[in-house]
Design a binder for this molecule. Sequence first.
Ligand SMILES: Nc1ncnc2c1ncn2[C@@H]1O[C@H](COP(=O)(O)OP(=O)(O)OP(=O)(O)O)[C@@H](O)[C@H]1O
Ligand SMILES: [Mg+2]
Length: 326
Amino acid sequence: MSDVLSVRGLNVTVRDTPLVSDVDLTVGPGERVGLIGESGSGKSLTALSILGLLPEDVLASGSVQLAGVDHDLIGADERRMSRVRGLQISMVFQEPMTALNPTMRIGDQLAEAMLIHHTRSGRGAARAAAAELLERVQLPADTLRAYPHQLSGGQRQRVVLAIALANDPALLICDEPTTALDVTVQALVLDLIVQGVVARSSALLFITHDLAVVATVCERVLVMYGGRVVESGPVGEVFTRPRHRYTEGLLAASDLETADRRLTTIPGNVPPAGQFPSGCVFRTRCAHATEICATQPPWTDGFACHHPAGAVDAPAAQDRPGDAHA
Ligand SMILES: Nc1ncnc2c1ncn2[C@@H]1O[C@H](COP(=O)(O)OP(=O)(O)OP(=O)(O)O)[C@@H](O)[C@H]1O
Ligand SMILES: [Mg+2]
């Protein structure tokens, strides 16, 4: 089956400074894809480009195709994009209050989310459907009468999720949806996101810096650094046998129990936008970098690195016998 979402050669710039470069990304029907990377790697800008929600001075080029939509989403006017958003693609961001109207009861907001796109269904029917939506995110029926400020952060985010799933979107995009929530609530919201997309056969693009979350939620993962995708593949493969040195560093810095790695931070900091080196964007922080890394590494077998981890001739391979059998 063809992809629900297909992003090709996405470039995002602000006043000629590249923020996102040559990003290719696909999400298949019902597939759950994670997008990870440190702060400033370009994850949110990638999502906002897909949704047509970039600030005015930020420009996107390339191609974003959505199944069933006969025009490119890049460059589409707001009238067309507002039809796509909420109907074919919906989103959940970190801060639920930005998505909710503080002066409207939850029931009316849920009903409105459905009415906007199903104008033929009457108001009564919409309210009944609103109650059902709340049930799916495990909120009691009396939440319908509440205002957003009367709910906890976790409850608000569940309302936002209910709204996002209201019209059975082909694609749900979540950008750090649980980062602002405490750990116990996080697990529930993640569970509801997965249940919600699985029940509707919706595809999911899930953005986070939390590798453990990606490991539980996603089937496939893309690793971004310096505005570029540096590695991608099935979560089980990328997290147990990373190839790009940046992915290797991210895993070593996470507490994911994938291999017997010691917890070590990646040296140095993410450079500010526009100050990434030529060639491999990671080379100024990479212990394995040599002269060749000043040239752009070719994309091979799901990663772009001149000195991949796990390669037979990699110097570090002898130190970790588990990694040597590439
Ligand atoms: N409107 C803007 N104008 C100029 N630079 C921007 C703008 N928005 C984002 N940037 C820069 O682009 C880079 C990527 O930003 P982005 O928000 O996509 O990162 P991110 O991966 O989502 O990070 P985080 O994990 O912190 O959310 C950053 O260096 C950021 O400072
Ligand atoms: Mg972000």
